[in-house]
Design a protein around this ligand. Structure first.
Ligand code: ATP
Ligand code: MG
Length: 361
């Protein structure tokens, strides 16, 4: 069997440049590499509801926003299957059976979930559905027999959980499920892009994002007010790179040709960094450089979005067709799972025969 990709995003807001460098950019490359037999890209609305259950309107509105972001970065519905999680009941069904294979203490140990619980101030009133979302992610991945899951670093614990479920299922029932491998960005700065406020992660929930759909003015405003080095007060002060979000963004976005084009007095990023550390290089100059680079990267994305925005009905149709096709695959896996778990009663001739034997000899 060929290689299969499954990945997705929560429709809790529009997608941002953290998504772009952490996952979206790679997805488009993988899509266009021709190395994958199937590519499934999921809008994870059921998962979004686990911590937004009181706000279904937000999730509903963001389905189309995320779909537009997908199309605008270059995901191509002819090559990638774009679908909506909640419209595939088999995913919920699988989640229910996988719950038997996971302990509560295992879920409570998940470091990403722990951080997210703190962030959302759930304290002791954690919704059961939220705690279980790593199980539902295992269902999403295995339903499509995904071999490859391109995601950001925060998803590593989810992939570990999925592998454990796969091994347990296959050893107890039958070798039906496929153990996926994670594909992280190879550039360290892209693993977890910090927020414009310097916080560890750019995240819709933290409001520290540069969105793919932001207009040029908004992007510039956000970059010019970005967090840098609080000790770098005057231009001549030596600057620090650690925790300096502007330099992390340069690590994530900057290519040698950007220097040729916008900052030819430096040979490259190493030289710029060295100057900053020595002192004598102001934040404004670096931010202006970063702004040019990000604007250049976002320009074609904005242009493609404008095109798709003209025909929202067509975007709907793409999601509908993608969801129908994805459901077919999930249904096939569900049939195999039920057979392995011996709960396929109406297709299980040997059950009927055995019972007849028992009662009628
Ligand atoms: P939420 O705050 O609702 O959880 P989010 O911004 O964390 O939203 P998700 O939809 O949870 O976004 O994440 C989708 C994908 O994008 C995942 O693969 C995740 O690893 C990746 N990702 C999200 N934020 C970043 C980031 N700042 N840097 C790199 N990758 C990221
Ligand atoms: Mg998240």
């Amino acid at each position: 069997m060929g290689k299969i990709i499954l990945t997705g995003d929560r429709p809790t807001g529009r997608l941002h440049v953290g998504h772009y460098v952490g996952s979206l950019r790679r997805r488009v490359e993988l899509q266009n590499s021709g190395e994958y037999e199937k590519i499934f890209i999921m809008i994870a609305d059921a998962q979004a509801l686990t911590d937004n259950f009181e706000n279904p309107e937000k999730v509903r509105q963001n389905i189309i926003e995320v779909a537009l972001d997908y199309l605008s970065v270059g995901l191509d519905p002819a090559k990638s299957n774009l679908f909506i999680q909640s419209q595939i009941p088999e995913l919920t069904e699988l989640t229910f059976y996988y719950m038997n294979l996971v302990t509560l203490s295992r879920l409570e140990r998940n470091p990403t979930v722990k951080t997210e619980i703190k962030l959302r101030n759930f304290e002791t009133s954690i919704p059961v559905g939220f705690l279980c979302y790593p199980i539902s992610q295992a269902a999403d991945i295995t339903a499509f027999k995904a071999t490859t899951v391109p995601v950001g670093e925060d998803q590593l614990p989810m992939l570990e959980q999925t592998k454990e479920i796969v091994r347990k299922f296959n050893s107890i029932y039958d070798e039906v499920l496929v153990e996926p491998e994670v594909l992280l960005p190879d550039n360290a700065a892209c693993l977890r892009l910090p927020g414009t406020d310097g916080k560890a992660k750019m995240s819709k929930s933290l409001g520290n994002c540069i969105y793919l759909a932001d207009d040029p003015g908004e992007v510039q405003k956000k970059i010019m007010s970005m967090y840098t080095d609080p000790l770098h007060l005057r231009i001549e002060d030596p600057g620090h790179l650690e925790g300096n979000a502007v330099f992390t963004y340069l690590d994530a976005f900057c290519k040698p040709e950007h220097f040729e084009r916008y900052l030819p007095e430096y040979a490259g990023l190493d030289e710029l960094k060295a100057h900053y550390q020595r002192g004598g290089l102001g934040d404004v100059k670096i931010k202006k450089f970063l702004n040019k680079i990000i604007q250049e990267e976002l320009e074609p994305i904005r242009a493609r979005r404008k095109e798709y925005e003209k025909d929202i009905a067509a975007v709907y149709d793409i999601l509908k067709a993608g969801t129908e096709a994805a459901r077919e695959t999930a249904t096939q896996t569900m049939d195999e799972v039920k057979k392995a778990m011996k709960i396929d009663y109406f297709n299980d001739k040997s059950l009927l025969e055995g019972q007849e034997q028992k009662y009628h000899g």
